[in-house]
Ligand binder design. Structure first.
Ligand SMILES: [Ca+2]
Length: 239
């Protein structure tokens, strides 16, 4: 309880005494101060956007792929490739015999060939990579076969030749009807041989080009020993 003689503390600040004298005005000012301080302590921020998921890269595709023997010991691969959300950047053909072909162009429309050194079945694999590094591959088998026997009739003599499976040799038989007159092998590096048909019958010379699969026959034939010999000129069997 304040004594009537107690010292009086006066607030010298102008206006404060007026507020003290009017409590309602003081309360209003305090509310303003609270509102301002609350606003300063935490500035309004916009809600941060939720992170958008990165769409997954789709792998490239391989369609309409075929591998088939197209020529003498040669296979051809054809295929269509694509990428739904990008581009096919590169491709490689694994021919199954240790050889590969890098597709530097025409990756979306593959059309290339390879020559094999041996007749057998091979697994050919096409691999493609898109511009984001995703890969796809497809494998097809191809059977490289020895060409069928080819026969060349010369007078009464029949000459038949057949490639061996390693494409480095050729088996040659000369016969009259079912009678075998001579047999020989044309070897790589020695493509030309003299082949006696029979005693006094003359001879044939064979030259096989192992790159093109071409057998050239030339020489002379003597139906009757030591009598009239007729040149047969040159004929070609293409495998
Ligand atoms: Ca892609």
């Amino acid at each position: 309880m304040e004594s009537p003689n107690a010292p009086v503390v006066r607030i010298a600040a102008p206006g404060v005494s007026a507020l003290v004298a009017h409590p309602a005005r003081l309360l209003a000012c305090l509310l303003v101060v609270v509102a301002i301080s609350a606003g300063c302590s935490k500035s309004p921020t916009a809600p941060s956007p939720s992170p958008q998921p990165t769409p997954a890269n789709s792998a490239p595709t391989i369609s309409t792929m075929t591998v088939a023997q197209s020529a003498y010991r040669t296979a051809r691969i054809t295929a269509t490739t694509g990428d739904g959300d990008g581009q096919v950047a590169s491709g490689t053909v694994d021919w199954g015999d240790g050889s590969t072909t890098n597709l530097t162009s025409g990756v979306t429309s593959v059309n290339t060939t390879h020559r094999y050194g041996r007749a057998q079945a091979y697994s050919v694999t096409l691999r493609v990579v898109d511009d984001d590094g995703a890969q796809a591959q497809l494998t097809r088998s191809v059977s490289i076969t020895v060409p069928p026997e080819a026969c060349l009739g010369i007078e009464v003599v029949e000459l038949c030749a057949r490639s061996t499976s390693d494409f480095k040799n050729m088996e040659v038989a000369v016969r009259a009807g079912d009678v075998s007159l001579a047999r020989a092998t044309v070897s790589d590096g020695n493509p030309s041989i003299a082949l006696p048909l029979a005693a006094g019958f003359g001879r044939l010379t064979l030259a096989h080009n192992f790159t093109t699969g071409r057998l050239i026959v030339s020489g002379e034939v003597c139906p009757v020993p030591f009598l009239v010999c007729k040149p047969v000129g040159s004929k070609t069997i293409q495998f």
